[in-house]
Design a protein around this ligand. Sequence first.
Ligand SMILES: Cc1cc2nc3c(=O)[nH]c(=O)nc-3n(C[C@H](O)[C@H](O)[C@H](O)COP(=O)(O)OP(=O)(O)OC[C@H]3O[C@@H](n4cnc5c(N)ncnc54)[C@H](O)[C@@H]3O)c2cc1C
Length: 297
Amino acid sequence: MSKKKTDTSLIEQFMYPKLGPGQMWETVAQKVEQMGGTIIKNCDVVKLSIIQNGVSGLSYINNDTHLQSEITGDYYFSTMPVKDLIIAIGDDVPAEVRQVATGLQYRDFITVGLLLNKLKIKNETEILSANDLVPDNWIYIQEKNVKLGRLQIFNNWSPYMVADSNKVWLGLEYFCNEGDELWEMTDSDFISFAIDELQEIGIIDKNEVVDQTIIRIPKTYPAYFGTYTQFDVVKNFTNKLENLFLIGRNGMHKYNNQDHSMLTAIEAVNNIIAGEKSKENIWAVNIEEEFHENKSE
Ligand SMILES: Cc1cc2nc3c(=O)[nH]c(=O)nc-3n(C[C@H](O)[C@H](O)[C@H](O)COP(=O)(O)OP(=O)(O)OC[C@H]3O[C@@H](n4cnc5c(N)ncnc54)[C@H](O)[C@@H]3O)c2cc1C
């Protein structure tokens, strides 16, 4: 089957970092610092200053100290949500661009991690597994009576991510909207609700839960509704800022996976090295898969 026709969710084999995808970025960060780079963490960019056809500097706020600092650079790569970027540019944005950016929509995400002694479901396949654990990495939940969208079994991604191999770490995934009924639940209520759902569909016995955690991620999925059909207005405006490069997923408001997000960054750097002024090659990354927005990845 050609690459294009193969659904990436159905591939049989892939490389996976021993300690999960974050390990790759921890390694990248180490290398950047070893090579003399500085990484400023836990800060939000709040203001971009524009002069003529480019960005002249930015301000960021430290989330712990709430102190604001300024920094300047030759080039600026943005992975912050386009909506926030346009707000950060502020008064220099034409009204039409601001209106389109304000109307961009997102889907949000809540994940609940559950540590269990064991699952209720058992491995009924011929695939060998430790402790009779079902061999799936993720399970898409089809039952209409629950809100749960997908289940991850972290032991099967990499056994090194689970400290006690006799236990099971699950990730329950909920796709929602900031401010909706799910989003507004307290953490403890949400965790109880999630445990009950998993028991209801027969995957666990709730008495086997030994630990839990919850993470809420706003703006996880850039949506292709709202003002998305007019997105070119924003794109044309930011394209004109020569030293600003919109890259990644929310950075481009585009359903880029990790490989495509990295590719947009590589294309941007290659353009700078080559002195290429057009950014169309960056926007062309992942064009053929643009309409996969209904799938969770
Ligand atoms: C549940 C889930 C499962 C996924 N599974 C896969 C998968 O299996 N394979 C795959 O390839 N992809 C997967 N993805 C997609 C993948 O995570 C994204 O494609 C990738 O992370 C996009 O990279 P990025 O750098 O654009 O954005 P991010 O990784 O989101 O990084 C953006 C960064 O910008 C920072 N930021 C935002 N605003 C500001 C600001 N104002 N100032 C400073 N910093 C800011 C954020 O804090 C963040 O660190 C998954 C995504 C989700 C949500």
